[in-house]
Design a protein around this ligand. Structure first.
Ligand code: PEP
Ligand code: MG
Length: 578
């Protein structure tokens, strides 16, 4: 019997495939006593498991080296060293010999003991090693139990099913084998969802209860258009979905026919549609659909899965490649926005009660000037090769902005003195993603070249709703009148000072909000690549004059639900062009 689960589609598409179930928790094993005569046999199993785990780690190390480069493979080298560590192996052997327990239980118990000892040491380095020792323990247990469900070991096309993944875990996946994601938790604007979108694989989040109901290797239909997952589907349903997939692909092909047309309303109002990217490899997708530029390059993803921050040379090479490939189209490079749900172990960010209200974005880089200057030098040097812009995240005060601008000037003058070319007129803008900056947007507008509204954070901070918390996801609404007023006022402040205003949060790709953004006279919407053509189609189907009326009406409504109902009704009345 097929079983159906519902969830929130965050990256559209329909696929049928086998599930690769990924557990982050410790692997469960049975514990039982062994006879004295069995001790050597158990230890022999350990040495075989070490061999297998070594082969496995070497293979993922090679994959990571091909995909990410020499720096990023250090984590696997560290795991290989730990695998043969005398302390770990001594502890396991002691458990087998003295406690007389089976090898699987001895490995699990030893890992637990070592983790407990590490967690009692008040030092970031040792805290970080806890995760490593668990990973190594899991590799050994996987080898002992024949369970090889690591994320890095995908060897056939699968749909990854997990509670959630961290942004850095996603960056290590082998895209060639990735057909889709199903998460039982997660937020629509979490960085995991954002990355899944940039990989352009169908993704459903918040599919409650699915983890318990699906076994590793079972077949599912992942319908990330409707937000439905069919588990163990019958043949008839698979056949029906074959047609649906074909239909969906035809629609995508039709969308491609408008890629060289402008995003302009029926009555001549045009808006730029740019892409949000997280890596240079996303560029091909942007060029394939003829995006108007890069409205947001989230540079933090260049910093994941490494032992230390990337060198200026490496950053420069990435920025230069993007500048050249996109030229003359603009590319907005956002300086490092780490903190919140994006951790970098080597930065040793102290544990915080409220990471999203803590040491994040520009707050962090203004204290770690080395990080900021390295990035700025790389961006400025690359600006010589194309049309780059600099954008600062999480700005909450004019002081922060001015301090950051001073650092840009310092870096520029050092480059000048060294005779290194850069674009002297490079534009500097800020993300508007905190209420204080949105409310005082008129003050900021006088001091920057552009605004980009980060609705993902603006909503969470304005409504005090954690963007990653599925428990309160129903309260996280871009349709809330307070959010819409903030956005409208920011756009107005930008228009008054004649600086362009873009929207680069996920709301920028929401077809329901599109008429409102057009009516507000937003200059640019920057979004995941997969949404650009669909948004273009919607723009071409709208009339600016109608949008003005919709906005007037919406501004009189009192609740997010009323806004949503009204915008849904408007959208239904639209006649699709394709
Ligand atoms: C935002 O907050 O809307 C944004 C675009 O930045 P991020 O999602 O990376 O926090
Ligand atoms: Mg943000």
């Amino acid at each position: 019997m097929a079983t159906v689960f519902n969830g929130l589609p965050v990256a559209k598409g329909i696929v049928i495939g086998k599930v690769h179930k990924y557990y982050k928790e410790e692997i469960e094993v049975d514990t039982y006593n062994i006879e004295k005569d069995d001790i050597e046999r158990e230890l022999w199993k350990l040495s075989k498991a070490r061999e297998l785990a070594t082969i496995f780690l070497n293979s993922i190390k090679e994959k990571a080296a091909r995909k990410l480069g020499p720096e990023e493979i250090k984590i696997f080298q560290a795991h290989l060293l730990m695998l043969n560590d005398p302390m770990l192996n001594g502890e396991i052997e002691r458990n087998v010999r003295e406690e007389r327990i089976n090898i699987e239980a001895a490995v699990q118990r030893s890992i637990k003991n070592i983790k407990e000892r590490l967690s009692s040491i008040d030092n970031n380095y040792f805290q970080e090693r806890i995760k490593d020792i668990q990973d190594v323990g899991n590799h050994l247990l996987n080898a002992l139990t024949g369970n090889v469900r690591s994320l890095h070991s995908l060897s056939q096309e699968v749909i990854v099913l997990a509670e959630d993944l961290t942004p850095s875990e996603i960056t290590l996946l082998d895209n060639n084998y990735l057909k889709g994601f199903i998460f039982s938790e997660g937020g629509e604007t979490s960085h995991t969802s954002i990355l899944a979108k940039s990989l352009m694989v169908p993704t459903i989040i918040n599919a409650k209860g699915i983890l318990e109901a699906v076994q590793h290797g079972e077949t599912v239909i992942l319908d990330a258009v409707k937000g439905i997952i069919h588990v163990r589907p019958e043949q008839q349903l698979i056949e029906k979905y074959g047609f649906r997939i074909e239909e969906y692909e035809n629609y995508q092909q039709k969308l491609h026919t408008i890629k060289h047309k402008q995003a302009v309303t029926r009555d001549g109002y045009s808006i730029k549609l740019s892409a949000n990217i997280a890596a240079a490899k996303n560029l091909e997708d942007v060029l394939a659909i003829n995006g108007d530029g890069i409205g947001l390059f989230r540079t933090e993803f260049l910093y994941f899965n490494q032992e230390h921050q990337p060198a200026e040379r490496d950053l420069f090479n990435v920025f230069k490649e993007i500048a050249i490939k996109m030229a003359p189209r603009p590319v907005v490079i956002r300086t490092l926005d780490i903190g919140g749900d994006k951790d970098l172990p080597y930065l040793e960010i102290p544990e915080e009660m409220n990471p999203f209200l803590g040491w994040r974005g520009i707050r962090l880089t203004l204290e770690r000037i080395d990080l900021l200057k390295t990035q700025l030098r790389a961006i400025l040097r690359a600006s010589h090769y194309g049309h780059l812009k600099i954008m600062f995240p999480m700005v909450t005060s004019i002081e922060e902005l001015r301090q950051a601008q001073r650092i840009v000037e310092e870096v520029k003058s050092a480059l000048r003195q060294a005779g290194i070319p850069f674009d002297p007129a490079i534009k500097i803008g800020i993300m508007i993603e905190v209420p204080s900056t949105a409310i005082a947007a008129d003050l900021f507008a006088r001091e920057v070249d552009f605004f980009s509204i980060g609705t993902n954070d603006l909503i969470q901070y304005a409504l005090a709703v954690d963007r990653n918390n599925s428990k309160i996801a129903h309260l996280y609404s871009p349709y809330h009148p307070a959010v819409l007023r903030l956005i409208k006022d920011v756009v107005k402040a930008g228009c008054k000072e004649k600086i362009p205003v873009s929207i680069c949060g996920e709301a920028g790709a929401d077809p329901l909000l599109l008429p409102l953004f057009i009516a507000m006279r937003v200059d640019e919407l920057s979004m995941n690549v997969a949404s650009i053509l669909e948004t273009k189609e919607s723009v071409r189907n709208l009339a600016y004059q109608d949008c003005r009326q919709y906005l007037d009406h919406v501004l009189k409504l009192s609740t997010g639900q009323e806004v949503l109902n009204y915008l849904t009704k408007i959208r239904k009345e639209d006649k699709p062009l394709l």
